[in-house]
Design a protein around this ligand. Structure first.
Ligand SMILES: [Fe+2]
Length: 207
């Protein structure tokens, strides 16, 4: 069995100018697909990983210092998680998530912290909202690094800050991309689901 490119959970043109269909055609159809294809190619020559789930492949590659396999498999997972973090019809956080956001300092403080982390992240990587010891924490990880191999944190939300994520619609203006996504496209329902600590499974695939 091979890993597959998960379909987008919405139409590619659903976000209008916020994220264009052309942007999705490259980001999902070419960048994400390339990570899928390369992961399958690499797992295909690693006999003892045949049948391993995507998260198992990521952890094994990390443990063995196999950077090429780790980078491709982690990027496969990171993007599969990222698409689910977006929605063209966002609703405000409620329930338990709203309480945790209040503890953080409120919605404006959280959005500001996410923007600051994402804009300030040097070069390629991912901004993350994670659950750490029962509280919300904003952080970022470099390149393909992923919460799949980070002990103690549970992924809730991610924003891709690789240049390929925003160059078609925003050119070099990463802050404008962040402003648009945070105001118009965050799937807070998905974030709330991940409070169960099972976020890694939501972008995993069987081997
Ligand atoms: Fe990306």
């Amino acid at each position: 069995m091979t890993f597959t490119l998960p379909p987008l959970p919405y139409a590619a043109d659903a976000f209008g100018d916020t994220l264009s269909a052309e942007s999705f055609s490259f980001h999902h159809g070419k960048h994400h697909k390339a990570y899928v294809d390369k992961t399958n190619e690499l797992v295909g020559v690693t006999v003892d990983l045949a049948g391993a789930s995507l998260s198992e492949v990521i952890r094994a590659a990390s443990d063995r210092g196999n950077r090429v396999l780790f980078n491709n498999a982690a990027q496969l997972w990171n993007h599969s998680f990222f698409w689910q973090c977006l929605t063209p019809d966002p609703v405000k956080p409620s329930g338990k998530l709203a309480g945790l956001i209040d503890d953080f300092g409120g919605q404006d403080a959280l959005v500001s912290a996410l923007k600051q982390e994402a804009v300030g992240h040097f070069a390629s990587g991912w901004a993350w909202l994670v659950l750490d010891g029962g509280a919300l924490k904003v952080t970022s990880l470099h390149d393909a690094d992923s919460p799949v191999v980070q002990d103690g944190i549970k992924p809730l939300l991610t924003i891709d800050v690789w240049e390929h994520a925003y160059y078609i619609d925003y050119r070099n203006a990463r802050p404008s991309y962040l402003d648009a996504l945070l105001a118009k496209a965050i799937n807070w329902d998905f974030v709330a689901q991940n409070l169960d600590g099972e976020g890694i499974a939501r972008a995993d695939q069987a081997g």
